[in-house]
Design a protein around this ligand. Structure first.
Ligand code: NAD
Ligand code: TYD
Length: 337
């Protein structure tokens, strides 16, 4: 499937920003309207290389604003990719309201506007967190029942199911991707990897939740974005595609790797009170997208992690720009012993 103009939402955030840049590079005739509310997580610096780009138009606005969305769709959009979301589990625990509004109501409003505008395809960026948690063995497949545990994952699962309903009820062309934990440049330093890099650089303590043995399955952000492009162009209507890199690590091992890369002492590690309802393990079976669409990840973890650390070391200005101190205070209060 080919597209002339996409409406991409949340494209000033971490993954959306990488997606917009990759899509414009890989598809020389594609135009993108990038709608983003610029919440604390949205940052136009993530798009600085697109300032004069003729095929990219940035619009500050809310996916909940139905008339704005309809107006943008009427500018010739034939596809929608929805990255816009409240994305941080810890914030969803202390303040779930915005998650319900943006992630659930916002997705439904976008779907409805897209249906009325008869776009060719709607792609929902979901997450592996909709499947809940695993024990020591097994992996999530697309058939695993949804069993979300946090307000964040429950809001994403709700959106995911509303997408399913729009496909079944209205015969709308909807595809859904469920990806594992992303890492890479431009990730807001409230998430594990950039938070640890930032603290280690400043020789502040590294707050590891619980026993540090919770397991996540990490993928380099550009590999995820290539998977999204493949699903958008080649995926089958109504289908869900898992995206993951077969790269599981206990949190404590990641933190140790980062300290080694930054040449900082392991004594900075501090075990703190666990996150309430903390999912123990995520692991994703991505054989479907590999088999059916020919996607595969191109970064191994050592290369991706080195590249990420290097980027944060070289982008002090970006870091100080996003760090106004408020989130640090917030977490210190939530997770101090
Ligand atoms: P992010 O928090 O970095 O970016 C989210 C973006 O959405 C921000 O630019 C923000 O300004 C924008 N936004 C928020 N509310 C909005 C609204 N109401 N209207 C318009 N824009 C709004 O998040 P991210 O890590 O880049 O995640 C992007 C998507 O990928 C999310 O849907 C998330 O659930 C999903 N996802 C993330 C991961 C991960 O590891 N980060 C993994 C799988 C799936
Ligand atoms: P996070 O990056 O918030 O992603 P998610 O919760 O969506 O998987 O956290 C990744 C893992 O790291 C998760 O098990 C929680 C843990 N974690 C810490 O131990 N300390 C921290 O300061 C943060 C932010 C996360």
């Amino acid at each position: 499937m080919e597209f002339k103009k996409l409406l991409v939402t949340g494209g000033a955030g971490f993954i959306g920003g990488h997606f917009v840049k990759l899509a414009l590079k890989k598809h020389p005739n594609l135009e993108i309207i990038n709608l983003d509310l610029l919440t604390y997580a949205g940052n136009l610096e993530n798009l600085s290389e697109l300032k004069e780009h003729k095929r990219h138009k940035f619009v500050k606005g809310n996916i909940l604003d139905r008339s704005l969305v309809s107006e943008l769709l009427a500018q010739g959009c034939d596809g929608v990719v929805n990255f816009a979301a409240e994305s941080h589990v810890d914030r969803s625990i202390t303040g779930p309201d915005a998650f319900i509004q943006t992630n659930i109501v916002g997705t439904q409003k976008l779907l409805e506007a897209s249906r009325k505008a008869s776009v060719k395809r709607f792609l929902q960026i979901s997450t592996d967190e909709v499947y809940g948690t695993l024990g020591d063995t097994g992996e999530f497949s697309e058939e695993t029942p949804l069993a979300p545990n946090s307000p964040y994952s429950a809001s994403k699962a709700s959106a995911d199911l509303i997408c399913r309903a729009y496909h079944h009820t209205y015969n709308m062309d909807v595809v859904v991707t469920r990806c594992s934990n992303n890492y890479g440049p431009n990730q807001f330093p409230e998430k594990l990897i950039p938070l640890m890099i930032n603290n280690a650089r400043a020789e502040k303590s590294l707050p590891v939740y619980g026993d540090g043995l919770n397991v996540r399955d990490w993928i380099y952000v550009e590999d995820h974005c290539q998977g999204v492009l493949d699903v958008l162009m080649k995926g089958k209507s109504g289908e869900v595609y898992n995206i993951g890199s077969d790269n599981e690590w206990p949190n404590i091992e990641i933190v140790k790797k980062l300290l080694n890369l930054l040449d900082k002492p392991q004594s900075l590690i501090t075990f703190v009170k666990d996150r309430p309802g903390h999912d123990r393990r995520y692991a994703i079976d991505s054989s479907k997208i590999k088999r059916e669409l020919g996607w595969k990840p191109s970064y191994d973890f050592e290369t991706g992690l080195k590249k990420t650390v290097q980027w944060y070391l070289e982008n002090d200005k970006w870091l100080s720009g996003v760090l106004d101190g408020s989130y640090m205070e917030y977490y210190q209060k939530q997770y101090s012993n």
